[in-house]
Design a protein. Structure first.
Length: 401
């Protein structure tokens, strides 16, 4: 039944795409990779997959790890000392534990709802992750059992609150959870603050928006940067939170990159990287990589990026930026200077492989690829058996100079 449903969805998607292409006939769409992009009308810009480009080096595939998960997968975290990788099985409502030495799944912990953004705290030997039922849970780093549960504002019964992205302060043991509001226009999204050491809700920050999404934390400056996905007059904003005061102290526009969903940060050079899902959703291309100056909020640069952006990692050692999207690739950029980002190339992963993790200590990138169908014939002609199923798996890449 799952295969039939997926096939029906694929056919519907192709029909919708065909209709969209007919409506857009006669309009020339222009895309840029290594050159700065300009603000666009998202309705006329998205729903076109970018062409493949020549790529050499960057990341080398070293291992493929089968996974037991079904459906969408979300973010990952790691325990370097224990050699454990933790994967959020978003659709299957489980946390999967992988031994990074052997490449084997060693444990699966069922949780009450969809896990989203995990962080491992080595000092507490705990993994913390927010769940779709408006809670955050702590898992023991040895037994992998849920030992702490914190109910967020509104309680489990509030179906309009949707925890998604998050940031973590390992020094103060504070877990900042971005809770989206499903009642559009009521602007009840918030940042929930969980004291992971005490295992309790320690406060909340009102954001006055529906869609607090991409978060980046600067512990030295005590600043939390929140890419807000709400779009007003074609523009989205960043809200700057003083984590000591627990208050919004500034907000900046995001020119050329509405609907941010993910963020990264170069603390040393005061640069904030935002990944925008232009047009929304997972399958629209291209997205945007927007760079802002964290000292004054001014725009530095806008570049094209994969559609359905879900991860941005900045690696200070190589000055590389790894940007993962849902349309099947990881894009690699280089910070030539604080004011110039260059596109280096793209690394194929798999359809809907929106999530991954960069481990700087190992110079290693993991991409999580859900089970998906691949059509084997041109989309204009296909038959009953013209597809194959790719099982869920992790791809382990090593950095290449």
């Amino acid at each position: 039944m799952r295969l039939k449903a997926a096939l029906i969805f694929s056919i519907c998607l192709m029909v919708v795409s065909s209709l969209g292409a007919q409506q857009e006939s006669g309009k020339k769409l222009v895309y840029s990779r290594g050159t700065p992009a300009t603000p666009c009308d998202s309705q006329n810009y998205v729903d076109k997959q970018l062409p493949m480009v020549h790529m050499s080096g960057l990341l080398q595939l070293e291992e493929t790890i089968p996974l037991p998960t079904q459906g969408y997968m979300d973010h990952l975290a790691y325990d370097l000392k224990g050699h454990h990788l933790f994967l959020s099985g978003e659709a299957s409502k489980e946390v999967v534990v992988i031994d990074m030495n052997t490449g084997q799944v060693i444990h699966v912990t069922k949780v009450e709802d969809s896990p989203r953004k995990p962080f491992f705290d080595p000092a507490l030997n705990e993994l913390w992750v927010d769940l779709g039922n408006n809670t955050a849970v702590g898992l023991d780093g040895t037994s992998f059992a849920v030992t702490k549960t914190v109910v967020l504002t509104g309680g489990k019964s509030d179906n309009n609150r949707d925890p998604d992205n998050a940031a973590y302060d390992p020094v103060k043991h504070l877990y900042y959870v971005a809770v989206r509001n499903k009642l559009a226009g009521t602007k009840q999204g918030s940042i929930e603050i969980v004291d992971t050491k005490a295992g309790k809700l320690d406060g909340r920050i009102e954001i006055h928006s529906d869609e607090p999404a991409g978060l980046a934390f600067d512990p030295a400056a005590e600043r939390l940067y929140i890419g807000v996905g709400d779009v007003i007059n074609g523009m989205s904003i960043v809200k700057v939170v003083d984590t000591a005061k627990r208050a919004v102290i500034a907000q900046w526009p995001i020119p050329g990159g509405p609907e941010p969903h993910v963020a990264g940060i170069d603390i040393a050079h005061h640069r904030l990287f935002l990944g925008s899902r232009l047009g929304g959703g997972h399958v629209t291309e291209p997205g945007k990589l927007v760079t802002l100056n964290t000292e004054d909020g001014k725009l530095v640069q806008v570049l094209d990026a994969p559609g359905g952006g879900d991860e941005i990692f900045y690696d200070p050692a190589s000055a590389r930026i790894y940007y993962s999207g849902a349309t099947g690739t990881v894009w690699v950029y280089h910070e030539d200077s604080p004011d110039k980002i260059s596109f280096l190339g793209e690394v194929p992963t798999g359809a809907i492989a929106k999530s991954g993790i960069w481990i700087p200590e190992l110079k290693r990138y993991y991409a999580a690829v859900p089970e998906h169908l691949i059509l084997l014939t041109p989309t204009t002609v296909y038959g009953t058996h013209d597809w194959v199923t790719t099982p869920a798996h992790l791809m382990r890449f090593q950095e290449m100079p």
